[in-house]
Design a protein around this ligand. Structure first.
Ligand code: MOS
Length: 741
């Protein structure tokens, strides 16, 4: 078993190493966890109004119910730091105080928590809690409150908030072809299969929570900042997560409430949000109004781009999607202006969701590019090729790599692109559309520990999470290849703040950042093993750690072997740590991952019903770490794109700030019947400027471009441009051809 034998393991379509545990029900998700002490169940009483002050709470009847151990309200909740304070470290680390005062922050805000022996008892008692609230008018719609909009302190992912290069007005004025449009995208909810859940337990001032969360390190700070305790006194455990999609990046409401219940009762308390809770006590993607103006010259070259974004955030929870950020890296232009504004509102926490920024930004921008290509009379693929930039259009920095041309060309070829085809097949209007996909490639700080036991087994520990993306598997592959052992000898342990801190899962930065940390840890361990070997036996001096391998209970190099047991101090295994952080190439270069997507839709000529017939995506995300999990992620992203174009929206009654479709029967995500064959192609590359593994973020790339490709196909089919997403049949009906006879 030499390193050489396992070279090439990275990239292989290894099955998910935790798959058997999941399909056999043995993976313990947050709500599955059972400790030594029997725990109690919490049930949330939600506010029926969005803003106001609690005048009185009568919990007498609830407290008298069988099995009820406590009713937590603002009158008896544990001491907390005000919501939003001590925000150093960002919004995920800020205080997430709940029920600290009599203030109601949004519709569905927890005003009481009933804790009882069983769920049934808690739920029944919760129905008996009487809350009187003096309601006030709230802010729910960014457009009607646009005069209160402010420039966000920062954008999600931290790109510049506003940018301007060249003279937009002058170039736009001179342009031969001009298009402009106002787009609307709705609130959305991540709709993870596993609702947010927590089991919390106090031991004096020490808090342990088993919860479903994507970034443990920040979560730990959030608990510490909420309860004014030391982060070291908080332990978060989150080994398995049933989907996050951003909605579990930070601490969610039931986690703080479970800690309240546990404090008051002295027992562990479990709260699993029910599906309706998730829509108010989990985060949402905010709605956006985007205004776009694009100009091109007589040769079909883009000369002017203006992208203006307005959105809404929850009060005291600073958040703004960088919707115009992908625009900045997309096309060569003489002038470009981008701007983001946000209104503070009385809505549940607005937060990152599946490709924050790009998902809504490329949806609209790539639709507008289609309009501009159309106006120029140039094929949309040719138009994009013609406007490919040599260097980053906004910053002027060189691209680390840019394989957009290949994505466009290979996509066109695979799909059989013949331009924006529109034809009729019986009652169906067929249209072809395409769009480019671009997403910043990010890298974050991460640490990992790797341990070699005397019997040659490798254990990797880090507080990274696997949100269903395949982290356990790719880290197993990386550790196995780096150590020169078979993957069966590697155990990856994730999701525990007792392990070295990482960036967690988010922003498509998880694999590259934590994979690098594991890779570096393995490198450090091999160097250390050789040092120890040289001490034990002079023959090993000067050996190259790259050639070191693990052979059963021995280390081996060429013909030499030495028992691992002789290298340690006798107390067990030998371990080393490794760390990753963004290199200078993240400052000196523009780093993105790329794609191109092609869609065929059929629109019912009578009803306007839209069916997606096929979707092809070609992607460049650097080196692919696992062919199977990468494909699944891209597919999942493409499916989100279908939802964004055609289905997903959380409808808010703007009179009350109330989400109306709070379940998966009414919040429509694309299901099997909506998803045709998806063609996924990966351009396997290596970006040497990204990280030592050569990989780039892939998780959210598939989303980018999928939605606008579909929207552009709908335009091709019907000749009608819908600028409000998702596109509904009623938006098309007036543009359909007259019925015969
Ligand atoms: Mo992602 S929206 O950063 O989980």
């Amino acid at each position: 078993m030499s390193e050489h034998e396992f070279k090439g393991l990275i990239g292989q379509p290894l099955d998910r190493v935790e798959g058997p545990l999941k399909v056999s029900g043995r993976a313990t998700y947050a709500a599955d966890w059972r400790g030594d002490k029997p725990h109690l169940i919490g049930f949330i009483v939600e506010s029926p109004v969005a803003k106001g002050r609690i005048v009185s709470i009568d919990a007498g009847k609830a407290r008298a119910c069988e099995g009820v151990k406590a009713v937590v309200t603002h009158e008896n909740a544990p001491k907390q730091i005000p919501f939003g304070e001590r925000a150093k470290g960002g919004r995920f680390a800020q205080s997430h105080a709940m029920m600290r005062t009599d203030e109601v922050r949004h519709l569905g805000y927890p005003v009481a928590l009933v804790v009882a022996d069983t769920l049934e008892q808690a739920r029944h008692a919760a129905s008996l809690v009487k809350v009187e609230i003096e309601a006030e008018d709230g802010v729910f719609d960014p457009e009607t409150h646009e005069d209160e909009a402010v420039k966000p302190g920062e954008l999600d992912g931290s790109p510049e908030v506003d940018t301007e290069t060249g003279d937009f007005e002058a170039e736009y004025e001179k342009a031969t072809h001009r298009v402009e449009g106002e787009f609307h995208t709705p609130h959305q909810h991540a709709a993870a299969m596993e609702p947010h859940a927590t089991v919390a337990e106090w031991d004096g001032d020490k808090l342990t929570v088993h919860m479903s969360i994507q970034i443990l390190g920040d979560g730990r700070k959030a608990f510490a900042n909420t309860f004014d305790i030391d982060p070291e006194d908080v332990r978060i455990v989150s080994p398995y997560i049933g989907g996050g999609f951003g909605s579990k990046l930070g601490v969610h409401n039931e986690a703080i409430l479970a800690a309240h219940g546990a404090k008051l009762t002295g027992r562990p308390v479990r709260i699993a949000q029910h599906r309706r809770n998730v829509f108010s006590n989990g985060p949402n993607r905010p709605p956006h109004r985007q205004r776009l103006k694009l100009g091109a010259d007589a040769n079909g070259k883009i000369v002017a781009i203006d992208h203006d974004v307005l959105s809404i955030m929850a009060r005291d929870y600073p958040f703004a999607e960088a919707a115009a950020s992908p625009t900045r890296g997309s096309y060569a232009t003489k002038a470009m202006r981008t701007k983001h504004r946000v209104v503070e509102g009385d809505i549940p926490k607005a937060d990152s969701m599946r490709a924050p920024g790009e998902a809504v930004g490329t949806l609209t921008f790539e639709s507008m590019i289609d309009e501009l290509a159309h106006s120029c009379g140039v094929d949309p693929v040719e138009f994009r090729l013609r406007n490919e930039p040599e260097k980053d259009p906004h910053s002027g920095k060189p691209f680390s790599t840019r394989k957009m041309r290949r994505c466009l060309q290979e996509g066109a070829e695979t799909f059989g692109w013949k331009g924006p085809v529109s034809r009729r097949e019986g009652d169906w209007l067929i249209g072809h559309g395409m769009a480019a996909a671009i997403r910043p490639n990010l890298m974050q700080k991460a640490e990992a520990e790797i341990e070699l036991s005397t019997d040659g087994r490798v254990t990797v520990r880090l507080d990274m999470t696997d949100i269903g993306t395949g982290t356990y598997t790719i880290l197993t592959q990386i550790a196995a290849e780096a150590m020169g052992v078979s993957p069966e000898y590697v155990t990856v342990k994730l999701g525990d703040t007792d392990f070295p801190e990482t960036c967690g899962s988010g922003g498509s930065f998880g694999a590259g950042s934590t994979g690098t940390a594991v890779f570096e840890a393995a490198r450090a361990l091999k160097d250390d093993l050789l040092k120890r070997a040289a001490k034990a036996d002079g023959d090993w001096k000067g050996a190259n750690s790259k050639e070191l391998r693990i052979n059963g209970a021995n280390i081996a190099l060429g013909e030499r072997t030495l028992p691992i047991a002789q290298l340690g101090d006798g107390s067990g295994g030998i371990s080393a740590k490794g760390a990753a952080k963004p290199g200078k190439e993240y400052k000196t270069m523009a780093q993105y991952s790329y794609g191109a997507q092609f869609a065929e839709v059929a629109v019912d000529a009578v009803t306007g019903e839209i069916r997606l017939r096929r979707l092809t995506g070609v992607f460049d995300a650097g080196r692919i770490l696992n062919e199977k999990t990468a494909r699944s992620q891209l597919m999942g992203g493409m499916i989100f794109g279908i939802g964004a174009a055609l289905m997903e929206e959380s409808l808010m009654d703007l009179r009350y700030g109330a989400f109306m479709n709070r379940d998966l029967a009414e919040y429509h995500i694309a299901v099997n019947r909506d998803v045709p064959r998806l063609d996924v192609h990966m351009i396997d590359g290596f970006d040497e400027n990204s990280n030592p593994l050569g990989s780039k973020g892939i998780g959210e790339l598939g989303i980018c471009g999928a939605g606008p490709a579909i929207a552009n196909a709908v335009f091709a089919a019907t000749g009608h441009r819908v600028r409000k997403f998702p596109i509904h049949m009623e938006d098309l009906i007036s543009s359909l051809p007259p019925l015969d006879g």
